[in-house]
Write a protein that binds this ligand. Structure first.
Ligand SMILES: [Zn+2]
Length: 180
């Protein structure tokens, strides 16, 4: 992995991903990192939710799309609490993370029809976490035959052109499902 002032270029088993420059070194485990995207994005005005790829704001957690997805439709469910440790989430937070996961899985099934999902947390750098200090549940839709999704990453620009398209569809499906 190479780190520089503009962000990260991260290499893992053939995956090369360019991370955004807003990422900053985390200093204090109890102090909110001003550079943490999972803190700064929901703090921005709701009118910027589309630009920020925030799909849904719950009471304790929110749903956001991954700007650098493993595959089209890759979303994350994240508690508002800034912590890298799932054991620091209280009952309400962990429950809402799971309920929002169900909520968005249901929406995905209705619009992009995945044949499977990878759902889970990457905790810590060795486990592949991109943002290590703020836990986030990954929800990655899967289709038979998509196991070699690495080439998609070479087409980051192509994906990003489609990401708002997927955002709009998911947003609509979620609003049709109503409140959590
Ligand atoms: Zn944070």
């Amino acid at each position: 992995m190479v780190e520089n002032a503009r962000g990260y270029v991260m290499q893992e088993t053939g995956i090369k991903r360019i991370w955004a420059p807003w990422r900053m070194r985390y200093i204090d485990g109890t102090h909110q990192d001003k550079g943490c995207i999972f803190c700064t994005k929901p703090e921005e005005d709701i009118s910027k939710d589309r630009e920020n790829l925030i799909l849904y704001r719950g009471k304790k957690a929110f749903i956001i799309m991954n700007l650098f997805p493993y595959t089209n439709g890759h979303v994350m469910v994240t508690p508002y609490k800034h912590t890298g440790n799932i054991e620091e989430l209280d009952n309400e937070e962990i429950l809402e993370v799971m309920r929002l996961t169900q909520f968005v899985v249901k929406a995905m099934k209705s619009i992009i029809n995945p044949e499977g999902f990878n759902i889970g947390f990457n905790i810590g750098r060795p486990a592949g976490a991109g943002v290590v200090d703020h836990v986030h549940m990954h929800i990655v839709p899967r289709w038979v035959g998509d196991t070699n999704f690495m080439p998609l990453l070479a087409e980051t620009k192509v994906i990003s052109e489609h990401i708002f398209d997927t955002y709009d569809k998911l947003k609509k499906a979620l609003s049709e499902q109503g409140e959590l």
